[in-house]
Design a protein around this ligand. Structure first.
Ligand SMILES: Cc1ncc(COP(=O)(O)O)c(C=O)c1O
Length: 451
C-alpha cells in the first residue's frame, strides 16, 4: 500500500512505520516528543526525521546522518543558510527588528522597488504588497481581484494547491486540503489541469486547443468570474503545460476581462532557469505571487505584484498583516536576489538541470519503471509507471525510503512522481552522489514486489 497522497509522500503508510523503527535514539526521542505536543496532521506529524543542522545542500539529523536535501519545500534555491542571506537578516534584526504597521522602512521599499523593476514596465507599471506567507499572498490576490473586477468567481485547476488558508484551500483543487471542511469560498470552478500528455478533452494538437476552448466556454457562461489562478507549471508533479497553452489562456482572459493570477510561489527566482517561470511561455500575468525561496530559505517572505491600474481601493485593506513590511524578511529577499544575480543562478539552473535531465534519461534506459523524465531548469520529475502503464505509487514509496536510507531526500508528487528540487548552488560531486543513490534505490525497489 502506498502512503502517498496527491501533494506529497504520506506519513501514515507501513514504509513510514518501518523507517521510523530504524531511527537512532536521539532522533527517536525528539520524534516521540513532537508527537506528544503537536497536532497530528497528514504530511507532517508524525515526522520523517529530526534535524539539527542545515548547510548548503545538506540536512544533518539528530543522530548525525547527512541527507542531501532535494526537497527543501522549494525554499532553498541558494542552499540552506547562505551566508549573504543570514548576514543580511542579522543586520536587519539588530537595526530594526520590527516595523509597526503605518510605518515603512528602507529594506521593504528597496525590495518592492527591486521586484517591480524586474517586471516589464518596471516602477509605475506594477505595485507590490509584501506578506508573511504564500497562502496569505493568494488571499490578497483573491481580494484584489474582487475589488478590481467587482466579480467574486474564480477559475482554478483540479489537483492544484495554493496554500493552507481557507481562502487558498477554496481555490485549491487537491482534495486533501478541502475535504471535510464544510463550505468553502463560493463561485470557484475547476478545470482539468494543462498537461502535455493525454488530456480529458482528448486534444491531439501541440497547443491542446480543446483545453483552452473549454476555458473560453466556461467563461462565456460564467459572468461572475473575475480571476483565474494557476501555477504556470504544476510544481508537485513537474507537469509542463502544452506549447502555446498560456498564450491562448492569456488571450482568453483578456477577452473576458478576467485577471490572470500566476502562483509562482515555489517555482520563481531562478529555479526554472529564468527569474520567473512565466517568461518561458511568453506571457505576463496581471497578478504575480512569489514566496518560499524569496526569503532565501531563512525568513518567511512572500509578495503579491500586480499591474498598477489595479491599485483602485485606497479605502480598503488588501493585506493588513502585522508582519507585512518585515525588515528581516525584506533584507533576506534583497540578499537572495543579489546572490541570484551575482552568481548567475538562472544560467546555472538551466545548465545543471539539462545535465541532470540527461543522466536521468540514461537511468530511464536501464529502469523500465521510469515512464518519463520531466525537466524545467533545476526542477525535475521522474514519473514511475508499471508495465501496464498504470501509476506505480508503491514503488515510488520504496524508492523514496531507499534513497533516504542512502542519504537523499525528495518529495513524491501525485503519488508516483519523484520530484527533485536540489539547491541551485549544489556542487557536481553532490549531483553525482544523488544520481548513484537513485540508481541503487530504483534497482532495489523494482525487485521489491507490488508496484
Ligand atoms: C503553489 C503553491 N502556492 C502557495 C503555497 C503556499 O505557500 P505558504 O506555505 O508559504 O503559505 C504553496 C506551498 O507549498 C505552493 O506550493
Amino acid at each position: 500500500m502506498s502512503g502517498s497522497p496527491g501533494e506529497g509522500d504520506g506519513n501514515l503508510g507501513p514504509l513510514r512505520a518501518a523507517w521510523r523503527a530504524r531511527r537512532g535514539p536521539t532522533g527517536e526521542a525528539l520524534l516521540d516528543a513532537d508527537e506528544r505536543v503537536f497536532f497530528r496532521q497528514v504530511l507532517s506529524t508524525p515526522c520523517l526525521e529530526a534535524v539539527v543542522r542545515a548547510e548548503g545542500p545538506w540536512l544533518v539529523t539528530a543522530d548525525g546522518a547527512r541527507i542531501l536535501d532535494f526537497h527543501g519545500n522549494s525554499v532553498h534555491q541558494l542552499g540552506h543558510g547562505h551566508p549573504a542571506v543570514v548576514d543580511a537578516v542579522v543586520e536587519a534584526l539588530r537595526t530594526l527588528p520590527f516595523c509597526p504597521r503605518r510605518y515603512t522602512n528602507p529594506w521593504a521599499v528597496r525590495l518592492a522597488e527591486r521586484l517591480v523593476a524586474a517586471l516589464p514596465g518596471g516602477i509605475g507599471a506594477w505595485k507590490c504588497l509584501l506578506l508573511p506567507s504564500g497562502s496569505l499572498a493568494v488571499g490578497a490576490a483573491l481580494k484584489l481581484a474582487r475589488y478590481a473586477t467587482g466579480r467574486s468567481g474564480v477559475v482554478a485547476f483540479e489537483g492544484s494547491f495554493h496554500g493552507a488558508g481557507l481562502d487558498a484551500a477554496s481555490v485549491s483543487g487537491e482534495p486533501l486540503f478541502r475535504e471535510g471542511l464544510g463550505p468553502l469560498l463560493p463561485g470557484v470552478r475547476f478545470l482539468p489541469p494543462p498537461t502535455r500528455g493525454t488530456c480529458r478533452f482528448g486534444c491531439r494538437d501541440a497547443a491542446h486547443t480543446g483545453c483552452t476552448d473549454a476555458l473560453a466556454e466556461l467563461l462565456a457562461r460564467s459572468p461572475d468570474v473575475g480571476a483565474l489562478i494557476a501555477e504556470p507549471v504544476r510544481w508537485t508533479t513537474v507537469e509542463l503545460p502544452p506549447e502555446g497553452y498560456w498564450q491562448r489562456v492569456r488571450a482568453i482572459c483578456d477577452r473576458f476581462g478576467v485577471l490572470l493570477i500566476l502562483d509562482e510561489i515555489p517555482s520563481a527566482l531562478a529555479r526554472t532557469g529564468r527569474l520567473f517561470p512565466h517568461e518561458h511561455f511568453g506571457i505576463v500575468p496581471d497578478v504575480l505571487l512569489l514566496g518560499k525561496g524569496l526569503g532565501g530559505g531563512v525568513w518567511p517572505q512572500a509578495a503579491m505584484l500586480a499591474r498598477a491600474e489595479l491599485d483602485l481601493v485606497p479605502d480598503k485593506a488588501i493585506g493588513h498583516y502585522t508582519h507585512e513590511k518585515s525588515p528581516a524578511g525584506a533584507a533576506a529577499a534583497l540578499a537572495t536576489l543579489e546572490v541570484i544575480e551575482r552568481e548567475d543562478l538562472c544560467a546555472r539552473a538551466g545548465r545543471l538541470g539539462a545535465d541532470l535531465g540527461a543522466r536521468l534519461e540514461a537511468l530511464r534506459a536501464r529502469h523500465p519503471l521510469i515512464a518519463t523524465v520531466r525537466v524545467i531548469g533545476l526542477m525535475l520529475g521522474i514519473e514511475l509507471r508499471r508495465p501496464d502503464g498504470a501509476p506505480a505509487p508503491a514503488v515510488a514509496d520504496r524508492v523514496l525510503y531507499g534513497c533516504l536510507s542512502r542519504g537523499l531526500s525528495f518529495k513524491i508528487g501525485g503519488g508516483h512522481v519523484l520530484t527533485l528540487c536540489p539547491p541551485i548552488t549544489i556542487g557536481e560531486a553532490e549531483l553525482d552522489s544523488a544520481v548513484a543513490i537513485l540508481d541503487a534505490a530504483l534497482a532495489e525497489a523494482a525487485g521489491g514486489g507490488e508496484q
